[in-house]
Design a protein around this ligand. Sequence first.
Ligand code: FAD
Ligand code: SAM
Length: 586
Amino acid sequence: MPQNEKNNYKLIGNNLFSSDYKEFYKSEVGPRLESRHVFVRHVDAKKLNQHSINILEIGFGPGTNFFELLETFKDKKNKEELNYFAFEKNPIDKKTIKKYLTKLNFNKKNINFFLDSYEPVEKGLIVINFFHLKVNLFFFYGEFLDFVEQLFFKVDYFFLDPFSPRVNTDAWSMKTFQNIKKLSHQKSIILTYSVAKVVQENLLSIGFKVDLQAGIGKKKNNLLATAINQHSIEPIKKKKIVIIGAGISGILCAYFLSFSGFEVTLIDSNSKIMSEASSVPVAMVRPYFSPKDKIYNYFLFTSFLFASNFYKYLKKTNLKTGIKKHDSIFIPSKNFKFGEFFEKLLNEKKLINSSDKNFVDGHHFLLKNNFSIYTKKFSEVMYKNLKEKVSFQLGVKIKKVNRKADKYELLRQDDKVIQADVVIYAGGFKSSRTILKNSKLLKPSIGQQDFIKSFDGFSLPYLGDMYLNKLDAKKFIIGSTYHDGVTDDRYKEHDSQTLGDKFSNFFRDIELKKLGSWSSIRSITPDRRPLFGVIKPNFFVATGLGSSGFTLAPILAFLITKKIQGVDLFGLYQFSKIDAKRYKKN
Ligand SMILES: Cc1cc2nc3c(=O)[nH]c(=O)nc-3n(C[C@H](O)[C@H](O)[C@H](O)COP(=O)(O)OP(=O)(O)OC[C@H]3O[C@@H](n4cnc5c(N)ncnc54)[C@H](O)[C@@H]3O)c2cc1C
Ligand SMILES: C[S@@+](CC[C@H](N)C(=O)[O-])C[C@H]1O[C@@H](n2cnc3c(N)ncnc32)[C@H](O)[C@@H]1O
């Protein structure tokens, strides 16, 4: 929670009390019991024969309902994915949540997993994936009505849990219920503890049938409402999905799609995956910042949180090889301004600490929860894993993609044709002009990575060294980490500027010994932001990833997978800055 907003809740016993609304967050029977009785016990994963189950909660609070639900997944290996969309207008701070959830004896691993990524800094979405449980938490900092017009999906269960209509009229307004109707389908179920007249009337007016359930504790009743006369939900068809490009962007699309049970074909003109830009020997996964643009900054921040959660999860699986977690010393150029967003993260010590006392110069920061990917190993294990689930066509170049009725025909170099219902273009810069019509958008940008010998006397080596010499340092040095997302003269410096130049201001009298270097071409757009989204029906792009592909690719691949599953978040304000449609003629 932002520092300047005062905490208007306090923990009393094992319940939270809101001094603004003068109500407890949960009733006197105890948070877990109430949560189970009113909400969680009604969720039946088996009944819904869809690709995933969608739950939407208004009023996440400290997350009792969410964590209670996770407990039911503890022993079962659920096959379906669960998407939990939670809205919270006044997020509770980490410390209080930790205390509260621990007191209630929820699974520690789940609590810590959650807290690692729970960083509501600005209004907007953060995604926290409990991959091991197949549960995706979409946490919206803000009111339900702030976002609902940008959301397109159908909800199976609504948990209405803001404070009561007596003290919080707005949350139960007709407008709220009309939007609930927009998101509901024939079998949607609405659950709430409130039996207030206004709630019942509003439910009836949007065409729901209201059932009173026996209450718990002092409460006589709760409500369960079921949809009647609503449009039926469209079943998700078996679609043939073809991905062009097996760089980090394409393979993560293939990874998330196969994780969600889709069959995919992955095509690359090279004989090996991750062999163009994505073959950079060591790729850093770190937060990027846009000095000027708050909305874009929030996208970058969400991407980093998502990526760091994702690589942390991979590290615990058989795909761990090639991934290292560490902190990074971040040395921006002198006089560099990061803007309000960075300052905010810094003030609140969210993933950034102002300095590391071991260091020579004052103007540096410690970035936490970073990762380094040793791409050679990473691509080997990824290939081995994906081979089981994905159909590969390597050494196959796509010349052109034609639209035929509601399908696509991909024309190969040898003139064979591949049919597809859904196409994802993740081809870097190479063939953008033939595949993305009239596109002059994706430009090649040459980059170079140097391997530098460790700095004598310091335990903080540059990243290339860590794999070459099997270093096990916990902290690594990186250069400036702004994002290229703005057109600004200050950033015109060529990427391949040597590290020696960059660091000489900071490391006086230290010899930087270059062990070798690697160079390759990455794709960039005119504003240096990714090119992402839908450019024709069922034709996605996830490219133009510039110099931060390993940080950006996970969330982009995940969002495409969700969209194919019927959960469309592309309209959210925070993704507007990367929308492929920002350039008219592609
Ligand atoms: C020197 C350097 C250092 C970098 N360091 C980092 C870093 O530390 N951290 C980080 O996150 N990022 C880093 N990057 C950026 C990162 O490497 C890229 O953003 C990322 O690899 C781009 O991935 P991609 O999947 O979009 O493209 P690519 O990896 O280029 O993959 C595109 C693939 O599509 C295939 N393809 C294209 N057209 C066709 C077609 N018509 N038919 C069939 N196949 C096709 C290509 O053969 C290629 O394999 C660095 C880049 C460079 C150059
Ligand atoms: C009763 S508590 C929620 C308890 C929570 N569901 C749990 O299981 O622990 C109510 C929460 O709703 C939030 N809230 C109230 N009105 C809201 C709105 N319109 N949109 C989003 N959150 C809201 C409050 O800030 C508060 O955190």
